[in-house]
Design a protein around this ligand. Structure first.
Ligand SMILES: O=C(O)c1ccccc1NCC(=O)[C@H](O)[C@H](O)COP(=O)(O)O
Length: 190
């Protein structure tokens, strides 16, 4: 679950046992600073992992912000090489490589690959059923919401899902009821 910026949403996601919550450090309506993220990251406990989300930051800046916010995992939308992944790993970070649907360049050795729509965080789905998808365990993102997530998983066989816009009442504002509905929809049929 991506783009969290308030305590109540973080606490709810943790209580519901979502696998990961994302804090956006890229240019976005959801952007927060490392200083704002740090106390939220400290609320992430148990099974849930806190993830820093980056686009447009050079690798040293990703490492610096992750350290300042207390993050152990990063999701990066513009990694250009396996060498970038190695540098992040050497800094002790778990790495999710985010790619746009149709990109066949692979995971660059990252821990996971996330396949997103053309514009991250825009709430626009891609052609899940017909577009080429990665092998192995991958994460589906882009335009998911409580009403389509189960069908999307069934159509693609995705290992995991990520959502931002689909659990918001208005752009950048998370909605508790939608978060609960999304998690329930994902778990239906598990
Ligand atoms: O959420 C953003 O605004 C964002 C901006 C720049 C880079 C990444 C961003 N979000 C990354 C995510 O993982 C989103 O959850 C993913 O793109 C899906 O978003 P949505 O289609 O809104 O569910």
């Amino acid at each position: 679950m991506c783009g969290l910026r308030d305590e109540a949403s973080v606490d709810l996601a943790v209580r519901l046992g979502v696998d990961a919550v994302g804090f956006v450090f890229a240019d976005s309506v959801r952007r927060i600073s490392a200083e704002e993220a740090a106390p939220l990251v400290r609320r992430v406990t148990g099974h849930t992992v806190a993830v820093g989300v980056f686009k447009g930051s050079p690798v040293p800046e990703v490492i610096e912000i992750a350290a300042a916010a207390g993050l152990g995992t990063v999701q990066v939308h513009d990694l250009t090489s396996a060498d970038d992944v190695t540098r992040l790993r050497e800094a002790g970070l778990g790495v999710i490589r985010a790619v746009v649907a149709g990109d066949t360049s692979g995971d660059f050795g990252a821990d996971r690959i996330l396949v997103d729509g053309a514009t991250a965080g825009a709430g626009v789905p891609w052609d899940w059923a017909n577009q080429r998808r990665p092998d192995g365990e991958w994460i589906l993102a882009g335009g998911l919401h409580p009403g389509n997530v189960r069908a999307a998983v069934d159509a693609t066989g995705a290992w995991g899902v990520d959502v931002s816009s689909g659990v918001e009442s208005s752009r950048g504002v998370k909605d508790a009821a939608l978060i609960e509905q999304f998690v329930a929809a994902v778990r239906t049929g598990d």
